[in-house]
Design a protein around this ligand. Structure first.
Ligand code: AMP
Length: 284
């Protein structure tokens, strides 16, 4: 495994692999790696000959400075994990290498996809995500890029970006990985106390309650109303949203004409730690 900090060297190394006929799989991360990230690497290894993993905590996608400043960093352990997993190249640029002194990013308008839910509650978040992923895609020049369904709306935004600007690149969505207790794995989970962690499990419980109620035949409106009533009485959890959406455009799903696949999505803060979760719901 080699680690690379400069785009120029990365391009050389990727070019060398491509000359040998290797298909390149790209897994972008912000580090503090866990089994969720590992599953993306495994998916990439199934289809590709070589995996490029990036580790870069992107300042432009954080809407709160405190979240950026306290974002966990475990670089040594990450590199050991990547090596053990058989990653070929780790790209770990610094902010200067990625942004060349200009941290102002263009705003992105993909309609509700960039302006609802995460886009609404984290102003400018997707502008930063698109800016950094565009730079990473240009730098890595991969055949396939792997993203987790944990960040479902991000995945839809990236699919749109690729469709518009990176025609030859395949975007692969990978299943959300949970801890044994059901909590969606996230690098931020290390910031939860034991007590907060127990509260955080409610997010998973709520979206699954919504799923089971709707799949049992109750209307979406009525299922949402009863779950939101229960959620309001919950102490220590600051709910941002809990809803049912179309996973492609993030428009809310309601009863009536809408049929087929939808996702229950939730975002909330527990002890100041912002968490998101989702699960698939089959609407009849
Ligand atoms: P992050 O380092 O949090 O920016 O995440 C890097 C990539 O890993 C993104 O594509 C995430 O969606 C994905 N990821 C993070 N957590 C999980 C998880 N629990 N299950 C699956 N993918 C995940």
């Amino acid at each position: 495994m080699i680690t690379v900090k400069k785009k120029e060297l990365l391009a050389k190394e990727v070019g060398r692999l491509k000359l040998q006929g290797a298909q390149i799989g790209f897994v972008p991360t912000m580090g503090a790696l866990h089994h969720g990230h590992e599953s993306l690497i495994f998916e990439a290894q199934k289809m590709c000959d070589a995996v490029v993993l990036s580790i870069f905590v992107n300042p432009t996608q954080f809407n709160k400075a405190s979240d950026f400043e306290t974002y966990p960093e475990t670089l040594e352990a990450d590199l050991q994990r990547a090596e053990r997993l058989g990653v070929q190249i780790v790209f770990m640029p610094d902010v200067e290498e990625m942004y060349k002194g200009n941290l102002v990013v263009n705003s992105v308008d993909y309609g509700p996809l960039t302006h609802s839910f995460e886009g609404q509650h984290r102003q400018g978040h997707f502008d930063g995500v698109v800016a950094v992923v565009r730079k990473l895609f240009e730098a890595v020049d991969a055949d396939c890029a792997y993203f987790g369904e944990k960040d479902l709306q991000q995945l839809a935004v990236i699919r749109r970006l690729a469709q518009e600007e990176f025609a030859g690149l395949q975007i692969k969505g990978c299943a959300l990985i949970r801890d044994v207790d059901g909590l969606a794995l996230s690098s931020r989970n290390v910031r939860l106390s034991q007590e907060e962690r127990v509260k955080a499990l409610k997010l998973n419980a709520w979206i699954h309650a919504l799923k089971h109620t709707i799949e049992a035949g109750r209307s979406i409106e009525s299922a949402l109303e009863s779950i939101l009533t229960a959620v309001k009485n919950e102490e220590g959890i600051a709910l941002e949203y809990l809803d049912l959406v179309d996973p492609e455009n993030f428009e809310p799903r309601r009863s009536g004409t809408d049929r087929g696949e939808a996702y229950a999505v939730v975002a909330a803060s527990v002890g100041g730690v912002r968490l998101i979760d989702n699960c698939r719901v089959l609407c009849s």
